[in-house]
Write a protein that binds this ligand. Structure first.
Ligand code: 4AD
Ligand code: MG
Length: 484
């Protein structure tokens, strides 16, 4: 009997529920979400947000078996697929045989059929994907990654794999994780009394990369249009709902592209991926939309978002992003109510200050009520590689700011003029020798070129309506936390 059960091809629920009329007797496998009244199993196998109700004939089932049908247990069920009389589902399986594939002790299994806080579930990150919310988020994350490749591949961009271990600090922020095999107890010391990294694995100091941009630029100057999509690491001690120490970034880089081309591509790209998710993830989005609506109801009226999740996504897809120079933005902020009434934590007093997230949110959520692309930032608050404008004060940078998220994209037109770049590097006290290969790009066949970086988790945050970035990556890495 058992052998026969195993040999019958089992169906994943997504397939079964999309064309139920094709099936009569089915074999399904998955995990028990709930077991009600010794009769109704809500089964889920991860292929869809929907559970399948399986009805157990408890009068003819061993009590010892019934006792093992607990939340979290893995089961295999064979039975007839029929229309359901009950409320809440249109189909159910009349269980003929049930096999407990893997038990879950109800006294120990932490994911019980009740509402758990996201904080609690973060501590159970190895099991949280068995909840409806996390499985929906992770399916959307998967579809979004595919959409990203589809977008660039359709446009003929080449996917390049830039190194994860690097000697350069692309962003110049010094927030890097060192990669070393030296003994931390007694590292070799050089003549000057400093740690002798010449004796380290690579014969020099190396780190985990903060960005693949500099290496991507080398490939753009040969392949034309390229993109990276890989993990990046930042040892910034920002314990916020939008920062991770390990996150994924997409970085396209294009030869013969100026800043306007760059902004056009970034806007088209974001809209494409969100539209893709709207089309492919209808059920997961509907579930997360409802989740968000319920969460909003617990907030005071004046803090509730006026738009639902799907509405927000559609709004972004259908509307043009507002393009505003940094200088215009500073004027708007200077004259804004919260600035005049001293409501901002950081008041905007003069041109040249960096924008805080409260300012970005004011521009996006209050003033423009749309995604905003800010461009031409003061050179002194941006990285060394951005192209200097004629005013000698601003650089061709652009950041895309999103409602509820803040900065989702950072990019720029790159400085392609050798002398100008060398001067910038010197002014900032960066080691030009380390960058000899980067400078070579400006020596041989230099082109005006541009690119940007999109923080993948910030896009997933937006697309799922989740509020903490730790909940859109399987195993978040944040200060003081690297369990799993
Ligand atoms: O603005 P950033 O630092 O830009 C760069 O790294 C450039 N090299 C990109 C380029 O032009 N090729 O980072 C780009 C994006 C940010 O806009 C943000 O979305 C995301 O990466 N990001 C983070 N996401 C999660 N956690 C963090 N700690 C992040 N830091 C940046
Ligand atoms: Mg940035």
């Amino acid at each position: 009997m058992r052998r026969k059960l195993m040999s019958m091809k089992h169906l994943r629920l997504a397939e079964l529920l999309s064309q139920p009329e094709k099936y009569d007797t089915v074999v399904v496998r998955g995990w028990v979400r709930t077991f009600r009244a010794n009769r109704f199993i809500a089964l889920n196998d991860g292929s869809t947000i929907e559970n399948l109700q399986c009805v157990v004939d408890f009068e003819n089932t061993d009590e010892s078996l019934l006792k093992k049908i607990n939340s979290g247990a893995a089961v295999e069920i064979k039975g007839q697929l029929v229309e359901s009389m009950g409320k809440g589902q249109s189909l159910e399986v009349m269980v003929e045989t049930i096999k407990i594939v893997g038990e879950a002790d109800p006294d120990l299994y932490p994911i019980q059929p009740k509402k758990h806080s996201f904080e609690f579930l973060r501590e159970k990150a190895h099991l949280r994907v068995r909840t409806a919310t996390f499985s929906a988020v992770m399916r959307i994350r998967s579809v979004l990654s595919f959409a990203i490749h589809q977008f660039f591949q359709d446009k003929g961009f080449c996917y390049v794999h830039t190194p994860i271990i690097t000697g350069s600090d692309a962003e110049g922020a010094g927030e890097m994780f060192r990669v070393s095999v030296l003994d931390p107890q007694k590292p070799p010391i050089d003549d000057e009394g400093a740690v002798d990294f010449k004796q380290d694995f690579f014969g020099k100091e190396t780190n985990l990369t903060v960005s693949g941009q500099l290496e991507a630029e080398t490939y753009a100057q040969g392949l034309g249009n390229v993109y990276t999509f890989g993990p990046t690491f930042r040892a910034e001690n920002s314990n916020t709902s939008r920062h991770l120490a390990e996150f994924w970034m997409i970085e396209p880089e294009m030869a013969f592209h100026d800043l306007d081309d760059n902004m056009d591509l970034a806007e088209e790209f974001i809209k494409y991926t969100l539209e893709y998710v709207l089309e492919k993830c209808e059920k997961d989005l509907a579930f997360l939309d409802q989740r968000l609506a319920n969460e909003e109801k617990t907030k005071p009226q004046n803090q509730r978002s006026p738009m639902g999740l799907m509405e927000k996504i559609k709004f972004v897809v259908q509307n043009e992003f507002k393009r505003v120079s940094y200088t215009e933005a500073i004027d708007i902020l200077k004259n804004s109510k919260p600035n005049k009434k001293k409501k901002f934590d950081y008041l905007i007093e003069e041109w040249g200050t960096d924008l805080q997230s409260e300012h970005e949110r004011y521009l996006v959520e209050k003033h423009f009520n749309a995604p905003v692309i800010l461009y031409d930032y003061p050179a002194k608050i941006k990285a060394f590689y951005m192209r200097m404008n004629e005013d000698q004060k601003t650089v061709r940078a652009m950041d895309i700011l999103f409602p509820g998220i803040g900065e989702i994209v950072g990019g720029s037109q790159r400085e392609e003029r050798l002398e100008v770049l060398e001067k910038r590097i010197e002014e900032l006290g960066i080691d030009a020798e380390e960058l000899w290969w980067y400078l070579d790009l400006r020596r041989f066949g230099s082109t005006p070129h541009s690119g940007f970086g999109l923080g993948f988790e910030r896009l997933v945050l937006f697309a799922t309506g989740m509020s903490n970035i730790r909940d859109v990556i399987p195993f978040p890495r944040t200060p003081q936390n690297a369990t799993f």
